[in-house]
Design a protein. Sequence first.
Length: 583
Amino acid sequence: MGEERMVPQVGEAPRKRRRARVACVPCRERKRRCNGQDPCGTCTEFEYDCHYAASARAGNGRPSMVARQGLSPDSAPPISPLDGSETRKSHGTRGQGSAGGHIALPEEARAHVQSLEANSGAAFARKLGLNIDPNNAPRLSLFAWNTGQRLGDGYVTRNPRPITSILSHAEMTSLSQTYFEKVAVVYGFIDRNTFLERLDQRWATDRGAVDPYDQVLCGVAALGLHFSQPSPPAIEPDLVESARALLEQESLSSPPSIDTVAGWVLRVAYLRMAATPHATWLASCSLMHVAEAARVHQEVPSQTVFDESPEAVNVDVRRRLWGMAQHLNIWASFDLGRARITLPNASTRPLTPKHGDPTSQLLGLMPLTEVLDPNQTRSAEDLESDLAQLLDQVHEVPPLVMAHVNLVLCVFRRLRAQKPSRAHCHIEKVLSLVQRGLQAARRMVSEYCPWHHAANIPFQVICLLLALDSRASLKVLHEALSVLKQVRDTWTSAVMQEAYDTAYLLILLHQRRKEEDAKELRAILDMHSSPMTHDRDGSNRANNAEQTTWTDSVESLWLDDFFTNVPGLREFDFEQLLLVNPG
Protein backbone atom coordinates (compact mmCIF):
# COMPACT_ATOMS: atom_id res chain seq x y z
CA MET A 1 0.00 0.00 0.00
CA GLY A 2 1.27 3.50 0.72
CA GLU A 3 4.73 4.39 2.04
CA GLU A 4 5.28 4.80 5.79
CA ARG A 5 5.13 8.41 6.95
CA MET A 6 8.51 9.75 8.13
CA VAL A 7 8.14 11.48 11.52
CA PRO A 8 11.09 13.82 12.32
CA GLN A 9 12.77 13.41 15.70
CA VAL A 10 13.18 16.29 18.15
CA GLY A 11 15.89 18.65 17.00
CA GLU A 12 15.92 17.15 13.55
CA ALA A 13 15.05 19.20 10.51
CA PRO A 14 11.78 18.14 8.88
CA ARG A 15 12.36 15.72 6.05
CA LYS A 16 10.96 16.55 2.68
CA ARG A 17 8.78 14.01 0.93
CA ARG A 18 10.99 11.90 -1.31
CA ARG A 19 9.77 11.33 -4.83
CA ALA A 20 10.93 8.87 -7.40
CA ARG A 21 13.26 10.42 -9.93
CA VAL A 22 11.22 8.93 -12.74
CA ALA A 23 7.53 8.07 -12.56
CA CYS A 24 5.86 5.61 -14.89
CA VAL A 25 3.24 6.77 -17.36
CA PRO A 26 0.17 5.30 -15.54
CA CYS A 27 1.21 6.91 -12.22
CA ARG A 28 1.85 10.26 -13.91
CA GLU A 29 -1.53 10.18 -15.65
CA ARG A 30 -3.38 9.19 -12.47
CA LYS A 31 -1.21 11.38 -10.21
CA ARG A 32 -0.31 8.34 -8.11
CA ARG A 33 2.83 7.82 -6.06
CA CYS A 34 5.46 5.92 -8.03
CA ASN A 35 8.56 4.26 -6.56
CA GLY A 36 10.34 4.05 -9.90
CA GLN A 37 10.50 0.25 -9.89
CA ASP A 38 9.89 -1.81 -13.00
CA PRO A 39 7.01 -2.50 -12.50
CA CYS A 40 6.32 0.05 -9.77
CA GLY A 41 4.45 -0.75 -6.56
CA THR A 42 1.27 1.05 -7.58
CA CYS A 43 1.00 -0.71 -10.94
CA THR A 44 1.71 -4.06 -9.30
CA GLU A 45 -1.01 -3.47 -6.72
CA PHE A 46 -3.68 -2.23 -9.11
CA GLU A 47 -2.50 -4.30 -12.10
CA TYR A 48 -1.92 -1.29 -14.33
CA ASP A 49 0.05 -1.48 -17.56
CA CYS A 50 3.33 -0.22 -16.07
CA HIS A 51 5.64 1.40 -18.60
CA TYR A 52 7.95 4.39 -18.82
CA ALA A 53 8.33 7.05 -21.45
CA ALA A 54 11.39 6.44 -23.58
CA SER A 55 12.80 9.91 -22.90
CA ALA A 56 12.37 9.50 -19.15
CA ARG A 57 14.13 6.15 -19.09
CA ALA A 58 16.99 7.18 -21.37
CA GLY A 59 19.00 9.17 -18.84
CA ASN A 60 18.14 7.67 -15.49
CA GLY A 61 21.30 5.59 -15.36
CA ARG A 62 19.47 2.38 -14.44
CA PRO A 63 19.85 -0.62 -16.72
CA SER A 64 16.63 -1.78 -18.31
CA MET A 65 14.98 -5.04 -17.34
CA VAL A 66 16.10 -6.58 -20.61
CA ALA A 67 19.70 -5.56 -19.95
CA ARG A 68 19.58 -6.74 -16.33
CA GLN A 69 18.43 -10.18 -17.47
CA GLY A 70 21.10 -10.38 -20.16
CA LEU A 71 18.53 -10.47 -22.95
CA SER A 72 18.51 -8.72 -26.25
CA PRO A 73 15.39 -6.69 -26.99
CA ASP A 74 14.38 -9.19 -29.66
CA SER A 75 14.51 -12.06 -27.17
CA ALA A 76 12.42 -10.38 -24.50
CA PRO A 77 9.33 -12.45 -23.74
CA PRO A 78 5.99 -10.97 -24.77
CA ILE A 79 3.88 -9.88 -21.82
CA SER A 80 0.17 -10.54 -21.78
CA PRO A 81 -2.68 -10.47 -19.29
CA LEU A 82 -2.90 -14.22 -19.87
CA ASP A 83 0.33 -14.62 -17.87
CA GLY A 84 -1.78 -14.23 -14.72
CA SER A 85 -1.49 -11.98 -11.71
CA GLU A 86 0.06 -14.64 -9.46
CA THR A 87 3.11 -14.85 -11.70
CA ARG A 88 3.50 -11.10 -11.63
CA LYS A 89 3.28 -10.92 -7.86
CA SER A 90 5.69 -13.78 -7.22
CA HIS A 91 8.41 -12.69 -9.64
CA GLY A 92 7.95 -8.96 -9.56
CA THR A 93 9.29 -8.54 -13.07
CA ARG A 94 6.22 -8.86 -15.19
CA GLY A 95 3.62 -6.16 -15.06
CA GLN A 96 0.06 -6.51 -16.25
CA GLY A 97 0.35 -5.55 -19.83
CA SER A 98 -0.36 -6.15 -23.40
CA ALA A 99 1.52 -5.44 -26.53
CA GLY A 100 2.23 -2.01 -25.11
CA GLY A 101 3.81 -3.26 -21.86
CA HIS A 102 6.86 -1.81 -20.14
CA ILE A 103 9.21 -3.79 -22.38
CA ALA A 104 9.52 -2.31 -25.85
CA LEU A 105 8.54 -5.33 -27.90
CA PRO A 106 9.53 -5.75 -31.52
CA GLU A 107 6.67 -5.56 -33.99
CA GLU A 108 6.50 -9.32 -34.49
CA ALA A 109 6.24 -10.02 -30.75
CA ARG A 110 3.72 -7.22 -30.36
CA ALA A 111 1.52 -8.75 -33.07
CA HIS A 112 1.83 -12.16 -31.41
CA VAL A 113 0.64 -10.81 -28.05
CA GLN A 114 -2.20 -8.93 -29.73
CA SER A 115 -3.38 -12.09 -31.47
CA LEU A 116 -2.94 -14.17 -28.31
CA GLU A 117 -5.15 -11.82 -26.32
CA ALA A 118 -7.78 -11.40 -29.02
CA ASN A 119 -8.14 -15.18 -29.32
CA SER A 120 -9.03 -15.48 -25.64
CA GLY A 121 -12.41 -14.43 -24.31
CA ALA A 122 -10.87 -14.22 -20.83
CA ALA A 123 -8.24 -11.69 -21.90
CA PHE A 124 -10.88 -9.70 -23.78
CA ALA A 125 -13.08 -9.50 -20.67
CA ARG A 126 -10.09 -8.51 -18.52
CA LYS A 127 -9.01 -5.72 -20.87
CA LEU A 128 -12.60 -4.54 -21.16
CA GLY A 129 -12.80 -4.19 -17.38
CA LEU A 130 -9.48 -2.35 -17.24
CA ASN A 131 -10.65 0.08 -19.90
CA ILE A 132 -13.91 0.78 -18.07
CA ASP A 133 -12.55 1.05 -14.51
CA PRO A 134 -8.98 -0.08 -13.74
CA ASN A 135 -9.58 0.05 -9.99
CA ASN A 136 -12.60 -2.28 -9.96
CA ALA A 137 -12.04 -4.44 -13.02
CA PRO A 138 -12.70 -8.18 -12.61
CA ARG A 139 -9.58 -10.31 -12.32
CA LEU A 140 -8.33 -12.43 -15.20
CA SER A 141 -10.46 -15.57 -15.23
CA LEU A 142 -12.27 -17.79 -17.70
CA PHE A 143 -15.73 -16.74 -16.62
CA ALA A 144 -18.58 -18.93 -17.89
CA TRP A 145 -16.12 -21.55 -19.15
CA ASN A 146 -18.99 -24.02 -18.86
CA THR A 147 -22.19 -24.47 -16.85
CA GLY A 148 -20.31 -25.74 -13.80
CA GLN A 149 -17.97 -28.41 -12.47
CA ARG A 150 -19.54 -31.78 -11.76
CA LEU A 151 -16.64 -33.61 -10.12
CA GLY A 152 -15.13 -32.68 -6.78
CA ASP A 153 -11.40 -32.33 -6.33
CA GLY A 154 -9.36 -35.22 -5.08
CA TYR A 155 -11.37 -38.13 -6.46
CA VAL A 156 -8.81 -40.35 -8.17
CA THR A 157 -8.82 -44.06 -8.80
CA ARG A 158 -5.84 -46.05 -9.97
CA ASN A 159 -7.67 -49.21 -10.93
CA PRO A 160 -10.56 -48.97 -13.41
CA ARG A 161 -13.80 -50.71 -12.55
CA PRO A 162 -15.66 -52.83 -15.10
CA ILE A 163 -18.55 -50.81 -16.44
CA THR A 164 -20.83 -53.79 -15.87
CA SER A 165 -20.25 -53.33 -12.13
CA ILE A 166 -21.27 -49.67 -12.31
CA LEU A 167 -24.29 -49.72 -14.65
CA SER A 168 -26.90 -52.23 -15.67
CA HIS A 169 -27.49 -53.04 -19.32
CA ALA A 170 -30.75 -51.04 -19.29
CA GLU A 171 -29.08 -48.00 -17.69
CA MET A 172 -26.24 -48.06 -20.20
CA THR A 173 -28.68 -48.33 -23.09
CA SER A 174 -30.69 -45.36 -21.79
CA LEU A 175 -27.60 -43.19 -21.31
CA SER A 176 -26.30 -44.06 -24.77
CA GLN A 177 -29.63 -43.00 -26.23
CA THR A 178 -29.27 -39.61 -24.52
CA TYR A 179 -25.73 -39.33 -25.85
CA PHE A 180 -26.67 -40.03 -29.47
CA GLU A 181 -29.71 -37.73 -29.35
CA LYS A 182 -28.05 -34.73 -27.70
CA VAL A 183 -24.27 -34.98 -28.03
CA ALA A 184 -23.46 -37.03 -31.11
CA VAL A 185 -25.59 -34.69 -33.21
CA VAL A 186 -22.59 -32.36 -33.31
CA TYR A 187 -19.87 -34.56 -31.82
CA GLY A 188 -20.54 -37.49 -34.12
CA PHE A 189 -17.55 -39.79 -34.52
CA ILE A 190 -18.97 -43.13 -33.29
CA ASP A 191 -21.17 -45.29 -35.51
CA ARG A 192 -24.38 -45.83 -33.55
CA ASN A 193 -25.22 -49.32 -34.85
CA THR A 194 -21.72 -50.62 -34.24
CA PHE A 195 -21.71 -49.10 -30.77
CA LEU A 196 -25.03 -50.72 -29.78
CA GLU A 197 -23.84 -54.10 -31.04
CA ARG A 198 -20.69 -53.89 -28.94
CA LEU A 199 -22.72 -52.66 -25.97
CA ASP A 200 -24.97 -55.72 -26.10
CA GLN A 201 -21.98 -57.98 -26.58
CA ARG A 202 -20.22 -56.44 -23.57
CA TRP A 203 -23.03 -57.38 -21.17
CA ALA A 204 -23.70 -60.72 -22.83
CA THR A 205 -20.10 -61.87 -22.34
CA ASP A 206 -19.44 -60.19 -19.01
CA ARG A 207 -16.93 -62.04 -16.86
CA GLY A 208 -16.51 -59.39 -14.18
CA ALA A 209 -13.28 -58.01 -15.64
CA VAL A 210 -12.40 -54.76 -17.36
CA ASP A 211 -12.77 -54.78 -21.13
CA PRO A 212 -10.79 -52.42 -23.42
CA TYR A 213 -14.05 -51.10 -24.90
CA ASP A 214 -15.05 -49.86 -21.43
CA GLN A 215 -13.03 -46.70 -22.18
CA VAL A 216 -15.62 -45.80 -24.82
CA LEU A 217 -18.65 -47.05 -22.89
CA CYS A 218 -17.68 -45.08 -19.77
CA GLY A 219 -17.18 -41.90 -21.79
CA VAL A 220 -20.55 -42.20 -23.49
CA ALA A 221 -22.26 -42.94 -20.16
CA ALA A 222 -20.63 -39.93 -18.44
CA LEU A 223 -21.82 -37.56 -21.15
CA GLY A 224 -25.25 -39.16 -21.04
CA LEU A 225 -25.46 -38.42 -17.32
CA HIS A 226 -24.31 -34.84 -17.86
CA PHE A 227 -27.10 -34.26 -20.37
CA SER A 228 -29.81 -35.93 -18.29
CA GLN A 229 -29.04 -35.41 -14.58
CA PRO A 230 -28.87 -31.86 -13.13
CA SER A 231 -26.75 -33.13 -10.22
CA PRO A 232 -24.07 -35.77 -10.76
CA PRO A 233 -25.10 -39.12 -9.25
CA ALA A 234 -22.65 -41.15 -7.20
CA ILE A 235 -21.75 -43.36 -10.17
CA GLU A 236 -20.58 -40.46 -12.37
CA PRO A 237 -17.14 -40.07 -10.72
CA ASP A 238 -16.67 -43.84 -11.01
CA LEU A 239 -17.39 -43.70 -14.73
CA VAL A 240 -15.13 -40.71 -15.38
CA GLU A 241 -12.21 -41.97 -13.33
CA SER A 242 -12.48 -45.55 -14.57
CA ALA A 243 -12.35 -44.22 -18.12
CA ARG A 244 -9.30 -42.09 -17.27
CA ALA A 245 -7.41 -44.95 -15.65
CA LEU A 246 -8.19 -47.31 -18.52
CA LEU A 247 -7.28 -44.71 -21.14
CA GLU A 248 -3.91 -44.15 -19.51
CA GLN A 249 -3.26 -47.88 -19.48
CA GLU A 250 -4.35 -48.41 -23.09
CA SER A 251 -2.38 -45.37 -24.28
CA LEU A 252 0.83 -47.13 -23.29
CA SER A 253 0.28 -49.81 -25.92
CA SER A 254 2.09 -49.25 -29.19
CA PRO A 255 0.29 -48.12 -31.18
CA PRO A 256 -2.91 -47.14 -29.34
CA SER A 257 -6.16 -48.40 -30.84
CA ILE A 258 -8.81 -46.28 -32.51
CA ASP A 259 -11.07 -47.08 -29.54
CA THR A 260 -8.48 -45.45 -27.29
CA VAL A 261 -8.46 -42.32 -29.45
CA ALA A 262 -12.27 -42.22 -29.37
CA GLY A 263 -12.19 -42.67 -25.60
CA TRP A 264 -9.84 -39.71 -25.25
CA VAL A 265 -12.11 -37.55 -27.41
CA LEU A 266 -15.05 -38.46 -25.17
CA ARG A 267 -13.03 -37.63 -22.05
CA VAL A 268 -11.89 -34.22 -23.30
CA ALA A 269 -15.43 -33.39 -24.45
CA TYR A 270 -16.73 -34.23 -20.98
CA LEU A 271 -14.02 -32.17 -19.27
CA ARG A 272 -14.76 -29.20 -21.54
CA MET A 273 -18.37 -29.24 -20.38
CA ALA A 274 -17.93 -30.22 -16.73
CA ALA A 275 -14.39 -29.56 -15.47
CA THR A 276 -11.74 -26.84 -15.19
CA PRO A 277 -9.94 -25.17 -18.12
CA HIS A 278 -6.50 -26.41 -17.04
CA ALA A 279 -7.60 -30.04 -16.77
CA THR A 280 -9.27 -29.77 -20.17
CA TRP A 281 -6.21 -28.31 -21.85
CA LEU A 282 -3.88 -30.95 -20.40
CA ALA A 283 -6.21 -33.75 -21.49
CA SER A 284 -6.56 -32.24 -24.96
CA CYS A 285 -2.77 -32.25 -25.34
CA SER A 286 -2.69 -35.91 -24.32
CA LEU A 287 -5.41 -36.58 -26.87
CA MET A 288 -3.30 -35.07 -29.64
CA HIS A 289 -0.28 -37.17 -28.69
CA VAL A 290 -2.36 -40.35 -28.57
CA ALA A 291 -3.84 -39.47 -31.98
CA GLU A 292 -0.31 -39.06 -33.31
CA ALA A 293 0.78 -42.39 -31.85
CA ALA A 294 -2.23 -44.06 -33.48
CA ARG A 295 -1.38 -42.36 -36.81
CA VAL A 296 -4.84 -40.83 -36.99
CA HIS A 297 -3.29 -37.66 -38.38
CA GLN A 298 -1.86 -39.46 -41.42
CA GLU A 299 -4.51 -40.33 -43.95
CA VAL A 300 -1.89 -41.21 -46.53
CA PRO A 301 0.38 -44.09 -45.40
CA SER A 302 3.75 -42.71 -44.41
CA GLN A 303 5.67 -45.68 -45.86
CA THR A 304 7.99 -45.75 -42.87
CA VAL A 305 9.20 -48.53 -40.60
CA PHE A 306 7.72 -46.56 -37.69
CA ASP A 307 4.20 -47.22 -38.94
CA GLU A 308 3.36 -50.47 -37.21
CA SER A 309 -0.40 -50.02 -36.99
CA PRO A 310 -2.19 -53.11 -38.32
CA GLU A 311 -5.62 -51.54 -37.72
CA ALA A 312 -7.56 -50.49 -40.80
CA VAL A 313 -9.43 -47.25 -40.15
CA ASN A 314 -12.32 -45.95 -42.19
CA VAL A 315 -11.40 -42.64 -43.84
CA ASP A 316 -14.55 -40.91 -42.57
CA VAL A 317 -13.95 -42.09 -38.99
CA ARG A 318 -10.29 -41.03 -39.20
CA ARG A 319 -11.21 -37.53 -40.37
CA ARG A 320 -13.86 -37.16 -37.67
CA LEU A 321 -11.53 -38.25 -34.88
CA TRP A 322 -8.70 -36.05 -36.12
CA GLY A 323 -11.00 -33.07 -36.57
CA MET A 324 -12.48 -33.50 -33.08
CA ALA A 325 -9.02 -33.77 -31.52
CA GLN A 326 -7.91 -30.56 -33.23
CA HIS A 327 -11.14 -28.74 -32.40
CA LEU A 328 -10.90 -29.51 -28.68
CA ASN A 329 -7.18 -28.80 -28.38
CA ILE A 330 -7.19 -25.57 -30.37
CA TRP A 331 -10.02 -23.89 -28.49
CA ALA A 332 -8.73 -24.92 -25.06
CA SER A 333 -5.37 -23.43 -26.06
CA PHE A 334 -6.90 -20.23 -27.40
CA ASP A 335 -9.00 -19.67 -24.29
CA LEU A 336 -6.05 -20.16 -21.93
CA GLY A 337 -3.50 -18.40 -24.11
CA ARG A 338 -1.32 -21.51 -24.25
CA ALA A 339 0.40 -23.45 -26.99
CA ARG A 340 -1.55 -26.01 -28.95
CA ILE A 341 -0.17 -29.28 -30.24
CA THR A 342 0.66 -29.13 -33.94
CA LEU A 343 1.76 -32.12 -35.98
CA PRO A 344 3.71 -30.86 -39.00
CA ASN A 345 3.34 -33.99 -41.13
CA ALA A 346 -0.43 -34.37 -40.80
CA SER A 347 -2.05 -35.51 -44.03
CA THR A 348 -5.58 -36.28 -42.83
CA ARG A 349 -7.91 -33.91 -44.64
CA PRO A 350 -10.68 -31.86 -43.02
CA LEU A 351 -14.13 -33.40 -43.15
CA THR A 352 -16.16 -32.01 -46.05
CA PRO A 353 -19.28 -30.21 -44.77
CA LYS A 354 -22.50 -31.96 -45.76
CA HIS A 355 -26.07 -30.76 -45.49
CA GLY A 356 -27.85 -32.54 -42.67
CA ASP A 357 -24.59 -33.56 -40.97
CA PRO A 358 -23.85 -30.99 -38.21
CA THR A 359 -20.61 -32.74 -37.23
CA SER A 360 -19.20 -32.30 -40.73
CA GLN A 361 -20.31 -28.65 -40.67
CA LEU A 362 -18.63 -28.11 -37.29
CA LEU A 363 -15.37 -29.68 -38.44
CA GLY A 364 -15.71 -27.78 -41.71
CA LEU A 365 -14.89 -24.67 -39.67
CA MET A 366 -11.43 -26.04 -38.84
CA PRO A 367 -9.57 -24.44 -41.78
CA LEU A 368 -10.70 -20.98 -40.63
CA THR A 369 -9.89 -21.88 -37.02
CA GLU A 370 -6.35 -23.20 -37.50
CA VAL A 371 -5.18 -20.02 -39.23
CA LEU A 372 -5.97 -18.03 -36.07
CA ASP A 373 -2.94 -19.55 -34.36
CA PRO A 374 -1.05 -16.58 -32.83
CA ASN A 375 2.19 -17.98 -34.22
CA GLN A 376 0.88 -17.52 -37.76
CA THR A 377 0.68 -14.17 -39.50
CA ARG A 378 -2.84 -13.16 -40.45
CA SER A 379 -3.31 -9.78 -42.09
CA ALA A 380 -6.35 -7.58 -41.62
CA GLU A 381 -7.36 -8.32 -45.20
CA ASP A 382 -7.21 -12.06 -44.52
CA LEU A 383 -9.24 -11.68 -41.32
CA GLU A 384 -11.85 -9.56 -43.06
CA SER A 385 -12.18 -12.16 -45.82
CA ASP A 386 -12.55 -14.91 -43.20
CA LEU A 387 -15.17 -12.90 -41.33
CA ALA A 388 -17.18 -12.20 -44.47
CA GLN A 389 -17.10 -15.88 -45.38
CA LEU A 390 -18.30 -16.89 -41.91
CA LEU A 391 -21.05 -14.28 -41.78
CA ASP A 392 -22.52 -15.73 -44.97
CA GLN A 393 -23.03 -19.12 -43.30
CA VAL A 394 -26.32 -20.07 -41.65
CA HIS A 395 -26.73 -22.95 -39.21
CA GLU A 396 -29.75 -24.27 -37.34
CA VAL A 397 -28.63 -26.83 -34.72
CA PRO A 398 -27.99 -24.89 -31.46
CA PRO A 399 -24.53 -26.34 -30.61
CA LEU A 400 -23.39 -25.70 -34.18
CA VAL A 401 -24.80 -22.17 -34.09
CA MET A 402 -22.84 -21.57 -30.89
CA ALA A 403 -19.58 -22.93 -32.33
CA HIS A 404 -20.11 -20.71 -35.37
CA VAL A 405 -20.73 -17.64 -33.19
CA ASN A 406 -17.66 -18.45 -31.09
CA LEU A 407 -15.43 -18.49 -34.17
CA VAL A 408 -16.97 -15.29 -35.54
CA LEU A 409 -16.40 -13.50 -32.23
CA CYS A 410 -12.77 -14.60 -32.24
CA VAL A 411 -12.16 -13.44 -35.81
CA PHE A 412 -14.00 -10.17 -35.14
CA ARG A 413 -11.87 -9.48 -32.04
CA ARG A 414 -8.72 -10.13 -34.05
CA LEU A 415 -9.83 -7.83 -36.86
CA ARG A 416 -10.98 -5.16 -34.41
CA ALA A 417 -7.59 -5.25 -32.67
CA GLN A 418 -5.71 -4.85 -35.96
CA LYS A 419 -8.00 -2.60 -38.02
CA PRO A 420 -11.00 -1.17 -36.13
CA SER A 421 -12.22 0.63 -39.23
CA ARG A 422 -12.50 -2.62 -41.18
CA ALA A 423 -14.30 -4.35 -38.31
CA HIS A 424 -16.82 -1.52 -38.06
CA CYS A 425 -18.25 -2.37 -41.48
CA HIS A 426 -19.38 -5.79 -40.23
CA ILE A 427 -20.93 -4.79 -36.90
CA GLU A 428 -24.52 -5.01 -38.11
CA LYS A 429 -24.13 -8.60 -39.33
CA VAL A 430 -22.19 -9.59 -36.22
CA LEU A 431 -24.94 -8.24 -33.96
CA SER A 432 -27.52 -10.15 -35.97
CA LEU A 433 -25.51 -13.35 -35.57
CA VAL A 434 -24.99 -12.95 -31.82
CA GLN A 435 -28.74 -12.62 -31.41
CA ARG A 436 -29.08 -15.99 -33.13
CA GLY A 437 -26.54 -17.30 -30.65
CA LEU A 438 -28.62 -16.01 -27.73
CA GLN A 439 -31.69 -17.73 -29.17
CA ALA A 440 -29.67 -20.95 -29.42
CA ALA A 441 -28.73 -20.62 -25.76
CA ARG A 442 -32.41 -20.33 -24.84
CA ARG A 443 -33.11 -23.51 -26.80
CA MET A 444 -30.34 -25.30 -24.95
CA VAL A 445 -31.96 -24.30 -21.67
CA SER A 446 -35.43 -25.40 -22.74
CA GLU A 447 -34.14 -28.74 -24.09
CA TYR A 448 -31.74 -29.25 -21.16
CA CYS A 449 -28.53 -29.40 -23.17
CA PRO A 450 -25.70 -28.12 -20.94
CA TRP A 451 -23.20 -27.48 -23.71
CA HIS A 452 -20.29 -25.32 -22.60
CA HIS A 453 -21.27 -22.56 -25.02
CA ALA A 454 -24.68 -22.21 -23.35
CA ALA A 455 -22.78 -20.28 -20.68
CA ASN A 456 -19.76 -19.11 -22.61
CA ILE A 457 -21.40 -17.39 -25.58
CA PRO A 458 -23.86 -15.15 -23.65
CA PHE A 459 -20.99 -13.92 -21.46
CA GLN A 460 -18.74 -13.27 -24.45
CA VAL A 461 -21.59 -11.44 -26.18
CA ILE A 462 -22.06 -9.15 -23.16
CA CYS A 463 -18.36 -8.25 -23.23
CA LEU A 464 -18.49 -7.53 -26.96
CA LEU A 465 -21.60 -5.36 -26.66
CA LEU A 466 -19.99 -3.26 -23.93
CA ALA A 467 -16.80 -2.92 -25.95
CA LEU A 468 -18.70 -1.75 -29.04
CA ASP A 469 -20.63 0.73 -26.87
CA SER A 470 -23.06 1.82 -29.59
CA ARG A 471 -26.79 2.40 -29.56
CA ALA A 472 -27.33 -0.78 -31.56
CA SER A 473 -25.09 -2.94 -29.35
CA LEU A 474 -26.55 -1.68 -26.08
CA LYS A 475 -30.03 -2.57 -27.34
CA VAL A 476 -29.00 -6.24 -27.35
CA LEU A 477 -27.47 -6.03 -23.87
CA HIS A 478 -30.73 -6.59 -21.98
CA GLU A 479 -31.43 -9.81 -23.87
CA ALA A 480 -27.87 -11.06 -23.39
CA LEU A 481 -27.95 -10.58 -19.62
CA SER A 482 -31.42 -12.14 -19.43
CA VAL A 483 -30.17 -15.23 -21.28
CA LEU A 484 -27.15 -15.50 -18.98
CA LYS A 485 -29.48 -15.26 -15.98
CA GLN A 486 -31.68 -17.99 -17.44
CA VAL A 487 -28.64 -20.24 -17.87
CA ARG A 488 -27.57 -19.48 -14.29
CA ASP A 489 -31.01 -20.35 -12.93
CA THR A 490 -31.10 -23.62 -14.87
CA TRP A 491 -27.64 -24.89 -13.97
CA THR A 492 -27.16 -23.55 -10.47
CA SER A 493 -23.42 -23.62 -9.86
CA ALA A 494 -20.73 -21.39 -8.44
CA VAL A 495 -19.32 -21.00 -11.95
CA MET A 496 -22.58 -19.62 -13.33
CA GLN A 497 -23.20 -17.37 -10.33
CA GLU A 498 -19.73 -15.89 -10.70
CA ALA A 499 -20.25 -15.36 -14.43
CA TYR A 500 -23.57 -13.59 -13.90
CA ASP A 501 -22.19 -11.42 -11.09
CA THR A 502 -19.18 -10.48 -13.23
CA ALA A 503 -21.37 -9.55 -16.21
CA TYR A 504 -23.57 -7.46 -13.92
CA LEU A 505 -20.48 -5.73 -12.51
CA LEU A 506 -19.14 -4.91 -15.97
CA ILE A 507 -22.48 -3.36 -16.94
CA LEU A 508 -22.61 -1.42 -13.68
CA LEU A 509 -19.09 -0.05 -14.15
CA HIS A 510 -19.97 0.87 -17.72
CA GLN A 511 -23.06 2.73 -16.56
CA ARG A 512 -21.13 4.63 -13.89
CA ARG A 513 -18.49 5.67 -16.38
CA LYS A 514 -21.17 6.97 -18.72
CA GLU A 515 -22.79 8.90 -15.87
CA GLU A 516 -19.44 10.44 -14.96
CA ASP A 517 -18.85 11.36 -18.60
CA ALA A 518 -22.30 12.93 -18.77
CA LYS A 519 -21.55 14.99 -15.65
CA GLU A 520 -18.33 16.23 -17.19
CA LEU A 521 -20.13 17.26 -20.37
CA ARG A 522 -22.90 18.95 -18.38
CA ALA A 523 -20.33 20.85 -16.33
CA ILE A 524 -18.71 22.12 -19.52
CA LEU A 525 -22.04 23.25 -20.95
CA ASP A 526 -23.05 24.91 -17.67
CA MET A 527 -19.74 26.73 -17.50
CA HIS A 528 -20.10 28.14 -21.00
CA SER A 529 -23.82 28.82 -20.92
CA SER A 530 -23.55 32.00 -18.78
CA PRO A 531 -23.40 34.40 -21.77
CA MET A 532 -26.67 32.92 -22.94
CA THR A 533 -28.54 33.43 -19.68
CA HIS A 534 -30.26 36.54 -21.00
CA ASP A 535 -33.23 35.92 -23.21
CA ARG A 536 -33.95 38.06 -26.25
CA ASP A 537 -35.98 40.56 -24.23
CA GLY A 538 -32.94 41.27 -22.07
CA SER A 539 -34.41 39.80 -18.88
CA ASN A 540 -31.99 37.90 -16.68
CA ARG A 541 -32.98 34.29 -15.95
CA ALA A 542 -29.72 33.10 -14.38
CA ASN A 543 -31.16 32.74 -10.90
CA ASN A 544 -34.48 31.15 -11.83
CA ALA A 545 -33.62 27.61 -10.70
CA GLU A 546 -37.23 26.54 -10.40
CA GLN A 547 -37.77 26.52 -14.15
CA THR A 548 -36.90 22.95 -15.05
CA THR A 549 -36.71 23.68 -18.76
CA TRP A 550 -34.30 26.56 -18.35
CA THR A 551 -31.20 24.70 -19.49
CA ASP A 552 -32.94 23.26 -22.52
CA SER A 553 -34.25 26.72 -23.45
CA VAL A 554 -30.80 28.24 -23.15
CA GLU A 555 -29.36 25.53 -25.36
CA SER A 556 -32.13 26.01 -27.92
CA LEU A 557 -31.55 29.78 -28.05
CA TRP A 558 -27.83 29.31 -28.36
CA LEU A 559 -28.19 26.71 -31.11
CA ASP A 560 -30.66 28.97 -32.92
CA ASP A 561 -28.18 31.84 -32.86
CA PHE A 562 -25.37 29.51 -33.87
CA PHE A 563 -27.12 28.18 -36.97
CA THR A 564 -28.16 31.73 -37.91
CA ASN A 565 -24.61 33.04 -37.70
CA VAL A 566 -23.05 30.17 -39.66
CA PRO A 567 -24.31 30.41 -43.25
CA GLY A 568 -23.21 26.91 -44.17
CA LEU A 569 -25.57 25.41 -41.60
CA ARG A 570 -28.73 27.37 -42.41
CA GLU A 571 -30.20 24.44 -44.32
CA PHE A 572 -29.52 22.04 -41.42
CA ASP A 573 -32.59 20.27 -40.03
CA PHE A 574 -32.62 21.94 -36.62
CA GLU A 575 -35.80 20.18 -35.45
CA GLN A 576 -34.33 16.78 -36.28
CA LEU A 577 -31.27 17.56 -34.18
CA LEU A 578 -33.40 18.24 -31.12
CA LEU A 579 -35.47 15.10 -31.50
CA VAL A 580 -34.45 12.10 -29.44
CA ASN A 581 -33.25 9.44 -31.81
CA PRO A 582 -35.82 6.65 -31.51
CA GLY A 583 -33.50 4.09 -33.11
